[in-house]
Design a binder for this molecule. Structure first.
Ligand code: ACO
Length: 446
């Protein structure tokens, strides 16, 4: 997109009183006035650059640590209204997709912009399914990790290692190549995750079963033991599929931003996905589901909840799984997850930690500290309870986030690559360090 109008210096003109889509700025240091275009409720930061005190000044910049009020791209993938608690992929509400779609169809939607026809879905499913196997050398690579290696560490490394196995992936401006890497990434992430899990248990790897659904096959690779044919429990298979739909994309979050930023250097998509996976690993992002479970275990019983909340309000701890940069209302995904939890408990038995979680939520939603700051449960508050009931160890929780988010990352990466306005990402800084000074020889330093 080009600016609707170039920045105009108005110092010598009187500002017009007619309504127009512009912003008039007066620099009180100089009296300089300029008018800059507003489009989509946004001004372009570069339009501030002509604002200077001296002609050789660099010009005015925006300062926005953590990008709290800066749009870094235009996107047509995911829409969020954080105040109203709305989340849509390509215009479809998350509630409707969770009810009616499958993860594999949703991944197609995110990547292609439209829901697939029957034949498109069959073709897409076939190709993803037929890219689930990994090179035998990757197995050896996984075998090199200690038994207690965190599976996210294994995921980050093995996804990056795929770059070395598929040198054709460097051809990022070739749509055919991008399509192939997309099949490979979406197809292989569950295999890498399952192999990391089996390695940590010292159990033999289970190869993909192409007769099963995406999630059914994942459960097969994780949990199959001596059965000739693994048959996933349909409730658990569907629950996982819905959780994958909910986690597929979330616009410009930390990991998608990492994907775009690293991808903007034109590195291959495996390296960019490894960077995104690393970003997701942190406890403030996709690692929060693991952190929530650790917190619930630490709280230990309902009686201890008030004391924990007190320490949160004293600034000593965070109530993990609460709060969100964008949602200042109940995260719409958290509502859906809460319902799935009970469906899983019906099959696997109740997770006793749910009582502690519900009590945390009850107290927090009534407490002024949380109400004033608009802190509500986010998607991660209940997912850990479900994963634990399904038999996953806590360390696997962030991995269960990374698998479905891969489709969102690739959609964001491809949109960035094809956007003529995007270039290598390179923020500015406000330098506040020392001015030029002379080098002091070691013997003269105090
Ligand atoms: N517990 C207690 N207080 C909190 C929490 C929390 N979980 N989250 C925010 N606050 C407080 C902050 O201390 C701050 O208080 P102050 O105004 O008195 O300083 C205020 O609420 C605003 O919080 P910020 O940290 O400015 O909000 P920000 O948008 O930067 O952070 C974040 C969002 C990182 C998600 C934060 O809410 C958090 O740390 N939550 C816990 C971790 C978590 O659940 N992460 C998962 C996010 S969802 C996802 O990535 C899938």
């Amino acid at each position: 997109m080009n600016p609707t109008k170039p920045a105009t210096d108005l110092s010598s003109e009187s500002a017009s009183k007619t309504t127009r889509d512009t912003l008039s700025i007066t620099d009180n240091r100089t009296g300089q006035q300029i008018e800059i275009p507003i489009k989509h409720d946004t001004i372009r930061a570069i339009d501030l650059r002509p604002i200077k005190v001296k002609p050789d000044d660099f010009g005015l910049m925006g300062y926005d640590p953590a990008f709290t009020n800066t749009a870094s791209c235009q996107s047509k993938i995911t829409y969020i209204d954080g105040d109203k608690g709305i989340l849509r992929y390509r215009g479809y509400s998350i509630e409707e997709l969770a009810e009616k779609s499958t993860y594999i169809e949703t991944a197609y939607l995110l990547l292609h912009g439209e829901l697939p026809t029957k034949s498109q879905l069959a073709d897409w499913s076939y190709h993803v399914t037929h890219h689930t196997f990994i090179h035998e050398s990757i197995k050896k690579f996984i075998d090199g990790f200690h038994y207690d290696a965190h599976p996210m560490g294994m995921m980050i490394s093995t996804v990056a290692a795929l770059s070395a196995f598929y040198p054709d992936s460097k051809d990022i401006f070739n749509p055919e190549s991008r399509r192939k890497q997309t099949y490979r990434l979406i197809g292989k992430m569950p295999t890498l995750a399952a192999f990391a899990y089996r390695h940590s248990l010292g159990m033999p790897f289970v190869y993909p079963d192409n007769d099963l659904s995406y999630c059914g096959n994942f459960l097969n690779m994780l949990f199959r033991t001596t059965e000739a044919k693994y048959r996933p429990n349909p409730t658990l298979e569907r629950a996982l599929d819905i959780l994958f739909i909910l986690h597929a994309d979330h616009e410009q979050n930390c990991s998608s931003t990492a994907m775009r930023l690293v991808g903007s250097s034109h590195v291959d998509p495996y390296c960019a996905t490894a960077a995104a996976t690393a970003a997701l690993y942190g406890p403030l992002h996709g690692g929060a589901n693991e952190a929530v479970l650790r917190m619930l275990v630490e709280i230990g019983s309902i009686q201890n909840v008030p004391a924990y909340i007190k320490s949160v309000k004293a600034g000593e701890k965070l109530l993990m799984g609460f709060g969100h940069r964008v949602y200042k209302n109940y995260d719409p995904r958290a509502r859906i997850v809460k319902n799935i939890a009970y469906e899983v408990f019906d099959v696997m038995g109740i997770n006793p930690l749910i009582e502690i979680a519900l009590e945390c939520e009850r107290i927090a939603l009534e407490d002024e500290y949380f109400v004033k700051r608009k802190l509500y449960p986010n998607v991660d508050f209940y997912t850990g309870l479900i994963y634990q009931s399904m038999g996953f160890p806590m360390t696997m929780f962030p991995v269960l986030f990374a698998i479905p988010r891969t489709s969102g990352w690739i959609a964001q990466w491809e949109e960035m690559l094809l956007d003529p306005e995007q270039k290598i990402s390179r923020p500015r800084q406000v330098y506040l360090g020392s001015d030029l000074r002379g080098y002091i020889p070691l013997d003269n330093r105090k």
